[in-house]
Design a binder for this molecule. Structure first.
Ligand code: EPZ
Length: 421
């Protein structure tokens, strides 16, 4: 079992390199299926467990993959032959569902093991499937698998009941090769959606309106390989900003797109964090006098991101006063709270709200990561806790953070991986 040990109360200072965004790289890798000719050159791809599973999945479908082992991936999809994502791969990575749209567009069929729920919620894919059905696909779910088939997808008007990131991505990818025009209303507008749409257009798609709640896709005959830059990971960036704000030194992070972090910067500054931008696409957090409790509510972009909610709660345990954090995106995303309370935090959860009182003196103990962002929150708490904190099930963290131990150690943290038991 992967474990990470942190000895707390070390001041952090220095520079952190932010990796390519996991939540942009995964849909972009899935979209590379759509290129019937040529080669896709994608960088920087973050070297994460989820990315490696996605590359395995693409190879199992017949795609040719090469990497430079650092961060560039080359994909050729001309001889795409498979259309199925088996249980053992989907079970390891929910984002496998993102190959459905590209397979449906390229081959007219896709069959994936229905992704189960995970620690943060049931994570259904009904909006994805309703979108495929609107595009003319036949959808069948049985024996734990879902299969979609269509002779030729037809453009359609699709209203999403919820601005789902994955559903927007899957439907947008499927619609690129449909006959006619598709409109996705109430679409997700995350920066990762913009990055994916730019990639698709660079391959020859005709997409407009991405980054707003109404995306229009005019179907084309075929797409071909291209080069694509992956955006920096705004969630990783937020995590290190909070680490710096907690541990009281001067920490600079980059590259970042500050425009994609407005909600995070607004809330951290409201809480009293001292964050400045000394150079383009960099941010620096400096020691601050004292932190104040704030209220926060997670929302679809451009609202405060749910993927930073656990890390925000970790720092609010050190703020003076009370903070009310409302999680509106996932139904069960407070699994980090009982673990933080075992370290001495004062947090009460009622439904979708967590009330945090502070400041609390945290003390190290053994805690369990339940998902990647909860795990990151426990590491952050360990940085300021008295004594030793051991985070178990640390494999969750490695799914979303490239070299988190090395990056924090380079800032001065006393952190190490413990041998598996
Ligand atoms: C993406 O997940 C991200 N993952 C998540 O990041 C992120 O938390 C989430 O978007 C929200 O921003 C990737 O991009 C790989 P959703 P996704 O569809 O697409 C409900 C991380 O930590 N819903 O926007 O699965 C769903 O249950 C991960 O990096 C339906 O009801 O998120 C949830 O309550 C965690 N039906 C809400 O919508 C559907 O068909 C948001 O889900 C789809 C979603």
């Amino acid at each position: 079992m992967a474990r990470i040990l942190i000895r707390g109360e070390r001041q952090l200072s220095g520079q952190v390199a932010i990796s390519g965004a996991k939540n942009a790289a995964l849909p972009i890798l899935a979209a590379s299926i759509l290129a019937g000719e040529g080669e896709n050159c994608l960088a920087p791809i973050p070297w994460l467990n989820d990315v490696i599973v996605m590359l395995d999945l693409l190879q199992s479908l017949g795609l040719e993959i090469e990497t430079d082992g650092v961060g560039t991936v080359y994909v050729r999809a001309a001889n795409l032959i498979g259309w199925e994502a088996p249980y053992e791969l989907v079970n390891r990575m929910r984002a496998s569902v993102l190959i459905m749209g590209p397979l449906l567009a390229r081959l007219g069929r896709a069959r994936i093991s229905l992704p189960g729920g995970c620690a943060i919620g049931s994570r259904p894919i009904d909006l994805h499937l309703r979108g495929f059905h609107a595009l003319g696909a036949e959808v069948q779910a049985n024996h734990g698998y879902v299969e979609v088939q269509a002779q030729k997808l037809q453009g359609a008007y699709i209203y999403l009941d919820y601005p789902s990131v994955g559903a927007t991505e899957n439907i947008m990818m499927a619609a690129t090769l449909a006959e006619g025009t598709t409109v996705i209303e109430n679409a997700a507008a995350e920066p990762e959606i913009i990055n994916l749409a730019e990639f698709l257009n660079n391959m020859g798609a005709r997409i407009s309106g991405y980054g707003t709640d109404r995306i229009e896709i005019e179907g084309v005959e075929h797409l071909r390989g291209t080069k694509q830059v992956v955006i920096p990971d705004r969630i990783e960036a937020a995590t290190y900003l909070i680490a710096g704000a907690l541990a009281g030194g001067k920490v600079t992070i980059g590259p970042v797109d500050t425009g994609a972090m407005r909600a995070v910067l607004a809330k951290l500054q409201e809480a009293g964090c001292n964050i400045v931008s000394e150079r383009d696409n960099e941010l620096t957090v400096l020691p601050s006098a004292c932190l104040q409790g704030i209220d926060a509510r997670t929302l679809p972009y451009p609202g405060f991101p749910t993927d930073v909610q656990p890390q925000l709660i970790a720092i609010l345990t050190q703020a003076h006063g009370a903070s009310l954090v409302t999680e509106t995106v996932f139904e069960n995303r407070f699994q980090h709270v009982p673990e933080l309370c075992r370290m001495g935090a004062q947090i009460k959860v009622s439904g979708r709200q967590a009330l945090v009182r502070g400041p609390s003196r945290l003390t190290g103990t053994t805690v369990t990561a339940t998902d990647l962002r909860a795990g990151a929150a426990l590491i952050l708490a360990g940085l300021v806790a008295q004594g030793e904190t051991i985070v178990t099930n640390a494999y969750h963290i490695d799914r979303g953070y490239v070299q988190i131990v090395e990056k924090l150690r380079a800032l001065g943290a006393d952190i190490e991986r413990l041998p598996d038991i």
